[in-house]
Design a protein around this ligand. Structure first.
Ligand code: AMP
Length: 552
């Protein structure tokens, strides 16, 4: 018997069905219109990239890279592994492999000592390779190296000491199993690049900017993208594992605050056009490489003083990324965080001036905003301006857009010195908020149902349907003959606005009966009149016309 299992979408992913998909398409289409009116052009990007691109740009210690990415361990299945490893490191890879394949029998202490020394020497070379970008600096590689080092430096010496103290001459299975652990960890080190499904697209945009020498083009590059992103987060309302973003980036030589302000204006014009109006824009400046490190150090010092009163996540972040502690939403931590030093008091003169000018530019454009000194954002690459937009009706996952400036990211990825700023809008949450606010436009839907009866009227029905469709109307033509009553009943159920009735009489007189289904109003029209009338009824493809928003 064949198995009849029902397939279901993977947890955290979902299908967007009609009629919702019409709202999605309209949302994205409006995005294109607005962004193109600001002279942005679309960039279409791959969905997977080398893991180290994300590790380097977003930061190995961020939650996104450390815990949430989908990484493909067998990159050969999806793409070509990198060919040109530096010869020095491909010989390292060979040594590595032979160390794994030809591990000496660990039957004596000195054999084990020798093996341990070899592993340790190779790790040194590997770490050097990583520092210069020849060995992929991926979370997996880092984790493996860390645990090998821990064993070499802590657990194994303790074990050996115990054997020596007890005078054991032929150390038994414990050594063999330690060596086995080392070998397995060594085997997990990747020399070719591992691939990751993109958790965001800014890194890819910067990679493409460098790859296509876009810095040599005139002026700033203004790019937008639309598409799915992937993060292994705990699914809940407004948080998915495959979710969708619309984002925009400006890359070039200038970091004028007017660029930041124009990007924010464009964002709010878009939100306004799609009826996402009950929003709040928060802005902050998190300084640059001249002033932020001192601030972060001071923050870390203050955090260490209150460490015992913080929860586990925040405690960990004191070491890895103290700015992230400011993002904490845990109620007990709030009074503590409110007393921490604020970045605004530590900005250097240039960053302070940049932020002041940005606020001036926002006022000039009539943009309402709130300053939020705690807006640090999760990713490592931000400098100076950061911002976030929240919307109503979303519960705890209420951010619909995040972004900021990332001067230096392109350089970090091996490109020329470049300034950059951008944002990413979460489409899933934006649509949820528009729906909850009752602002969702009723889009499209079925305009005309053709109720035909009698084989003689069928060719006319086919021809009228084609003409109405060519005029841009959504038309349903039943594929098989039906009685009028049943046919009109179906038209109602499908939500058609009109029915065009075509029977043999209509074909003979070349006039058609047009029935408005909402109120049953009927008129007889010649074919040309029918086309003209229905065309004028076609829904306009404009925005919601709703004007209350934080654009004054
Ligand atoms: P980020 O790239 O983290 O700055 O996120 C930008 C925006 O993408 C957020 O404000 C959310 O609207 C949206 N977003 C991020 N992660 C998810 C997710 N897992 N599910 C749905 N939307 C998300």
């Amino acid at each position: 018997m064949t198995e009849r299992r029902q397939f279901r979408a993977i947890k955290g992913t979902r299908d967007i069905l009609p009629p919702d998909s019409a709202l999605w398409n309209w949302f994205e289409h409006t995005g294109r219109e607005v962004f193109e009116s600001y002279n942005f052009g679309e960039i279409r990007l791959p969905i997977f990239e080398e893991t180290s691109l994300f590790a380097r740009s977003i930061g190995v210690d961020t939650d996104v890279v450390a815990k949430e990415t989908y990484t493909l361990e067998n990159p050969e299945e999806l793409g070509e592994p990198r060919e040109s490893l530096d010869p020095k490191f491909s010989s390292l890879e060979n040594k590595w492999n032979s160390l794994i394949a030809r591990r000496p029998p660990i039957d004596r202490l000195d054999a084990f000592e020798g093996y341990k020394r070899q592993v340790s020497e190779l790790l040194d070379v590997l770490e050097k390779g990583m520092a210069v970008g020849q060995v992929p600096r991926t979370p997996g590689n880092l984790q493996n190296i860390k645990s090998i080092r821990q064993n070499l430096n802590e657990r194994i010496p303790l074990l050996l000491k115990a054997f020596i103290d007890e005078g054991v001459e032929n150390p038994p299975d414990a050594l063999e199993s330690q060596a086995g652990f080392l070998t397995r960890s060594l085997a997990r080190i990747h020399f070719t690049d591992v691939l990751t499904l993109r958790p965001e697209a800014t890194a890819s945009v910067c990679r493409a900017y460098i790859e296509h020498n876009m810095h040599a083009l005139l002026g700033n590059q203004k790019l937008y993208y639309i598409g799915p992103m992937f993060r292994r987060e705990r699914p809940q309302k407004g948080r998915y594992r495959q979710f969708y973003q619309i984002g925009a980036e400006v890359l070039g030589q200038s970091d004028a605050p007017a660029i930041d302000a124009e990007v924010l204006e464009m964002l709010l014009v878009f939100f306004n056009r799609v009826g996402l109006t009950r929003t709040t824009l928060y802005v902050n400046s998190i300084g640059d490489k001249n002033c932020r490190p001192q601030y972060v150090e001071q923050l870390r010092k203050e955090l260490l003083k209150v460490k015992d009163r913080l929860k586990e996540d925040s405690q960990r972040r004191i070491e890895t990324n103290p700015l992230r502690v400011l993002d904490s939403k845990i109620p007990e931590e709030q009074p503590i965080i409110e007393k921490l030093p604020r970045i605004a008091d530590h900005l250097c003169d240039e960053c302070r001036a940049h932020f002041a000018k940005l606020k001036e530019e926002l006022n000039l454009r009539g943009i309402d905003y709130k300053e939020n000194w705690r807006l640090a954002r999760g990713l490592d690459y931000y400098t100076r301006t950061t911002f976030e937009v929240t919307a109503e009706g979303l519960g705890s996952q209420n951010a619909v857009c995040g972004g900021g400036r990332y001067d230096g990211l392109v350089e970090l990825l091996g490109g020329p010195p470049t300034k950059g700023i951008g944002f990413a809008i979460g489409t899933d949450r934006s649509i949820l908020s528009i729906e909850e606010s009752g602002n969702a436009r009723k889009l499209g839907g079925l305009a005309v149902y053709i109720a035909w009866m009698g084989q003689a009227s069928y060719p006319t029905a086919v021809s009228v349907a084609r003409k109405l469709r060519a005029a841009g109307l959504a038309v349903e033509l039943p594929p098989e003959e039906m009685k009028f009553k049943k046919s009109l009943g179906l038209a109602d159920k499908l939500g058609a606005r009109y029915a065009v009735i075509i029977g043999e009489d209509e074909v003979a007189s070349r006039t058609f009966t047009l029935k408005r289904l909402a109120d049953g109003d009927q008129k007889k029209l010649a074919e040309a009149e029918l086309l003209e009338y229905l065309e004028s009824e076609r829904p306009a493809k404009k925005g919601t016309g709703n004007d209350e928003s934080n654009l004054r």
